[in-house]
Design a protein around this ligand. Sequence first.
Ligand code: F6P
Length: 365
Amino acid sequence: MKKRVLVATGGGDCPGLNAVIRAIVKRASREHNWEILGSIDAFDGLLRDPMHLVELTPEKVAGIHVQGGTIIGTTNKGGPFAWPVKNTDGSWSTVDRSQDFMDRLRYQNIDAVINIGGDGSQRISQSLYEMGCPIIGVPKTIDNDLSHTDFTFGFQTAVDTATDAVDKLVTTAASHHRVLILEVMGRYAGWIALHASIAGGAEVCLIPEVPYDINKVMQALEQRIDNGKGFANIVIAEGAVPIAGSMSYSENDTPGAMKIRLGGAGMRLSQELKDAGCTIEIRETILGHLQRGGRPNAFDRILASQFGVKAFEMVLEQKWGHMVAYNHPNIVAVPIIDAIQEYNLVDTSSDLVNTARGMGISFGD
Ligand code: F6P
């Protein structure tokens, strides 16, 4: 009987998921005795009745590395430890179905699990591993906030998208002599904002790691205007915080989902600037899910392919409880528990931040 690997993509999608899936299947097809199954919509496919699993053959994954999204679907709510159930009064609660998950793996004769996902998914991987699940993690997220890997795949493509947006906003800001604010994703990390600010040439970059003082932002804008430029571009991370303020978010009551949804930082900044006396016209753009969609760039396709091949090789080596990671120039295995211990946030004393400051980019501090 063939050995079986269950592959799932969990959490928010990002460019490169399909390239990982394809690489796993291609590498597995070089062994004689392995079958790859995809669980539809993260682990929901295994937990649903009827189950929804698909066989991932080399024919099925041919050419998918160029496609955005994930051919096996994903979800960023629910999962084995917080399965949403509707109560008789119509309200929702969650139940722990992790033991059921383990039983279903056994009934399906699954020998290994590869969980491709961000920090939430890898927390699930770690908890399943502690229950005895033979599991390998693959780090994905546009936010680049998983530690113990130089980069997650998907991040560089999101940076390209954000940089393209800055490039476009610079020309319209210049034509109209306006301040243009671009809000980008990244959750509690400012990686996308920082990279896009340097690549696109923004004047101000506001990230969660450096709480901003609106008066300092105003000073930066005034200097820029006094230089005779007459326009300015600001990139703000969705998790950016004013000093003595908090992140801008809305409550999320979707069962099994994260309790808060970040957003609104750009509009808030716009109002703060007006309140602080900014007389230049301001316009706001929220880049949103554009950053998650579309074709992965070459870097992400390559990194995703390296992660996929390595993940299957870690299955052969039975490196359970480990996550594939990029430690330039090598692809290595790190304990999942280490990767989820703390977020990978922007180091404010790093060369990258120093480069930004050296180019005159203000962090509002
Ligand atoms: O983690 C990826 C991410 O895109 C974050 O940058 C963002 O805060 C969040 O997911 C958005 O999630 P949703 O797709 O549920 O709106």
